[in-house]
Design a protein around this ligand. Sequence first.
Ligand code: SF4
Length: 415
Amino acid sequence: MTLNARNREARDRQDFQQTGVARVCQGRVPATMANRDELGKTVLTPGELIDTALHPDESTEPATGQGRFVWTETGYDRLTERDVTDIASMLQACSEGETELLFAQADQTRKRFVGDSVHIRGIIEFSNYCMRNCLYCGLRRDNHKLRRYRMTPDEILAASENGIRRGYRTIVLQSGEDLHYSTSDIARIVEGIKGLGDVAVTLSVGERARSEYATMKSAGADRFLLKHETADAELYRRLHPGRSLEMRIECLQNLKSLGFQVGSGFIVGLPGQDISTIARDIALLKLLDVDMAGIGPFIPHPDTPIALYPAGDVAMTLKALVVTRLALPHANLPVTTALATLRPDGRKLALSCGGNVIMPNITPAKYRKLYEIYPDSASLKDPEDGGIGEIALMLETMGRRISQTKGDSFRRKRR
Ligand code: SF4
């Protein structure tokens, strides 16, 4: 490295330490990123200079140049139009070269900050009852065509035990917003699962009061998933009758303050969304400082009021994932089932551009097809154990492996 480059690197590192600003700097394409033909695009040449995110503690690569992806301190009130504009300009990258560069940056950032291991979380969808009426969701209250089910606590524990025996180190309990299960019911189920082995428990049961979340946390729940769905308050209001983005964010803040590892996320391709909405979605994830972020395309369900709108764009979903990886280098980013539903190679694609988590469905087969947020979910094809063996083989072809840990938040480890 030249003296000037060294000086610039030192200045960039010092800036980061003083301001919390993450810059995109230049680095060389490593040999491991060559020939990434899963994307069907021209590969980058090893040794080629590309932009790459810099973190002062962990970057070991030469870094020079002026940043374009600039963040100030986190904090909801600190979101500026400049932040959103910066993200939107990345999402708008449209030439093949620009897109390849972004994808390469995201893959390199994933490798540097969260490594090659892929965390596998087993999802049990234990109830498809929901008291909400979200316009895009097949589980909505007014969809009377759907046959409803609830798993008993014993069934949930048996499915969890099967999953743990198969090697899952995280069990995710997911349902519609179903008050049939009281907070103490959920707490008892969590305690039961924690008693089965050294596993993490993630809850995805929707909006509840802070005191209820506190009870679930005390029972041993480690993580909570609550997608914000869209950061556009007006669009949120239209798609979620009777609910508001503000209420959603309040729940996320409550969960964070209680010590949960918090996952959020959004849907790409919702009717009424545009690039600046997606940019705000990513900005909100950053400002909420989430531990996990799920990003999936909209898939219309025939029995919903927005059945006739087209599905979200796969390329834009991947680009949103890429930019989220750059914005939140330490976050766990799952490959969403919705993406795998629209593209058979969706898992591989998402893992190639920032993803580091897979969430196979381990719900008993007799219930699985009834959890129909959208039709023809890719998870219907998964074997009862979620296909953990097939996943291991796929990862091997990518030079990746299943993590042997519970996959706790990388962000948390840094705090
Ligand atoms: S998105 Fe969630 S809260 Fe909304 S209807 Fe579907 S399951 Fe219920």
